[in-house]
Design a protein. Structure first.
Lengths: 308, 279
């Protein structure tokens, strides 16, 4: 492992024909667990594939584990494990032969790859089912098998593309526990791409938020949440949209959710009293007010400049 | 403390940034096919002509020496021509799904996220099919030659026909290369192995039929170029020194085959990617 960030991008633009999937992206993924957040189509999968050297950027430079991706993509892929988003497997194989095969492709001798396959399948919870054909696996088991193939060569960096997609709540919790364990106790850096904020908040300490192919926010989650302020969730009787506009005119950050609740970010020195004063001034009645600390959802909404 | 720790352990063994990914892929492909009994049956059946030819050589050298079945260069050319039927079926059986199945199961992104190149991947797939086809063309043809030497007890036949070994090798190589490159390229065009198989069969059968009909109706030998298989037969005639009157000039036939190979390489180059680009 290098002392620098696990991966970094400097002014990277990736285009598919005339469509720019990534636009001048500059971001750092420090060692440890970093969430890659963004709505569908934000460019998360493209960024991961660019880090693997699978898509060539039109401009910019990328470094992974100290290697220039465009110069030595094979050296990068030898030290990186990739768990794809889609239901990817090699047809006709049992889990143990699939993972062992992936180990061999990653450069492990045949016998070592087989031994590692047994170990990582036991680690991800498929020890009992490792001789079953992958095509007979449930969605959750396939996700675990894909995590095992990404881990088999003991990578320094894991790129996980939507690892909890399609899993039931119990399976999702178990997968997130595995991801967190890998990052915190096994010393493997990881990038967790997801549009599920709780997943990222549970497993990661840093986050990079992508929106429409550009970086909308990045840094430690705790810093992005901010400590000097509070979020108030309030419901009012009256024209809530007009009141939201009025709050924004006062310089407050305000997002309206689908249920008509307002989430208002108020700086430390300005308390909830301000909200009541504004309500009186604009002729609306406050029916519900609850204070909370800013969540990753607020960071995400603020970064995207959209209503959550 | 557990007797056996089933937690994650770091790997401390040998690790290479290897250049043999193609061989890992080919070996897995071979093992995958050989596990199937139906394919094994077809593969063994593809040696039935070899057995018949071996018996013919034995009779020709022992029971009816110099009377019947005296082998010539054309014996071996005919053997390779007859093996085309088995080459066709093995190509479809073992080749149609080589890339199509990987496309269907999204396996390409798994392969290409490992430290192997697209060329390694393609070479591994080509080699898988090529090994099977070499095993039913060049290997039995050369074994027949060895049997001929053993049955006759001398190297006289080989000495009298010095170009036979290179001719068998070149004709087999062209036959195998054409089948392998065409099938793997067609396999990359679809995520259905059935579709790839039908496409290959359609090209092999209909192109040959159309070429023959046009040849017969116009009397122009150049139509043979419509069918890569028939073009290959014309080239084989030259290789074994039995140039037919209907054959097109060798440079043109080789040029036509080169166009087929180039088209297949372009298809593979465009279709084997970890990211499908629709733009």
């Amino acid at each position: 492992m290098t002392d620098g960030p696990a991966a970094s991008l400097d002014g990277v633009t990736v285009a598919y024909g005339r469509h720019e999937a990534l636009r001048h992206v500059s971001a750092e993924f420090p060692t440890g667990a970093t969430g890659l957040l963004g709505p569908n189509g934000a460019g998360k999968s493209t960024l991961i594939k660019a880090l693997l050297g699978l898509v060539a950027p039109a401009s910019g430079r990328m470094h992974v584990l100290g290697h220039d991706v465009s110069q030595s993509p094979l050296a990068v892929r030898a030290r990186v494990g990739y768990m794809p988003e889609s239901d990817a497997h090699i047809p006709g194989m049992t889990a143990v032969s699939f993972v062992s095969y992936c180990g061999e492709l990653a450069g492990l001798p045949r016998a070592n790859a087989m031994q590692r396959a047994h170990e990582v399948l036991a680690y991800v919870g498929l020890g009992e089912a490792r001789y079953r054909n992958l095509e007979t696996y449930s969605t959750g088991m396939k996700q675990r098998a894909r995590l095992a193939q990404a881990l088999v060569h003991d990578p320094d960096l894991l790129l996980l593309d939507e690892p909890t997609n399609g899993m039931d709540p119990k399976g999702r919790d178990e997968m997130l526990a595995l991801v967190r364990d890998i990052a915190t106790t096994k010393g493997i850096s990881l990038v967790l791409s997801s549009h599920l904020l709780p997943d990222v908040e549970y497993a990661c300490s840093h986050v990079v938020v992508l929106h429409k192919g550009a970086v909308a926010a990045q840094g430690p989650i705790s810093a992005l949440k901010g400590s000097s302020g509070r979020v108030f969730e309030l419901r009012v009787k009256g024209d809530d949209a007009r009141f939201a506009d009025a709050l924004r005119a006062e310089g407050l950050e305000c997002h309206v959710d689908g249920g008509g609740a307002l989430r208002v970010f108020v700086a430390e020195e300005r308390g909830s009293r301000l909200l009541f004063q504004l309500a009186v001034r604009h002729g609306v009645q406050v029916r519900h007010l609850r204070a909370s600390v800013p969540s990753l959802e607020d960071v995400f909404a603020r970064a995207l400049g959209e209503e959550p | 403390m557990p007797i056996h720790d089933q937690g994650y352990r770091h790997y401390t063994g040998e690790r290479t940034l290897h250049r043999r990914g193609w061989w890992v892929i080919a070996r897995a492909g071979l093992a995958d096919r050989l596990r199937e009994r139906r394919f094994l049956g077809l593969f063994i059946f593809a040696w039935s002509l070899f057995v018949l030819r071996a018996v013919q050589l034995y009779i020709g050298e022992t029971l009816a020496r110099g009377v019947f079945f005296a082998p010539s260069e054309q014996t071996f050319q005919l053997f390779l021509d007859q093996q085309r039927l088995f080459v066709f079926f093995i190509t479809i059986y073992a080749g149609a799904g080589l890339i199509a199945s990987d496309r269907q199961s999204h396996a390409l992104q798994i392969y290409l996220s490992k430290p192997i190149t697209r060329n390694d991947y393609i070479a591994g797939k080509l080699l898988t099919l090529a090994i099977f086809l070499v095993a039913v063309t060049w290997v039995p043809a050369m074994l027949l030659l060895v049997l001929q030497v053993l049955f006759s007890g001398s190297l006289e036949f080989v000495a009298d026909h010095p170009r036979l070994v290179p001719a068998i090798t070149l004709a087999s190589a062209l036959q195998v290369a054409l089948a392998v490159v065409t099938m793997v390229a067609l396999s990359s065009l679809s995520s259905s192995r059935r579709f790839a198989a039908m496409l290959y069969a359609a090209i092999a059968i209909f192109a040959a039929a159309i070429a023959r009909v046009l040849q017969a109706s116009t009397g122009h030998a150049g139509w043979v170029l419509l069918s890569p298989e028939n073009t290959l037969l014309a080239v084989n005639d030259v290789i074994f020194g039995a140039a037919s009157v209907a054959a097109v000039p060798l440079p043109i036939a080789i040029g036509a085959l080169a166009v087929v190979f180039a088209a297949c390489i372009v298809i593979l180059e465009r279709r084997v990617r970890a990211v499908d680009v629709v733009a």
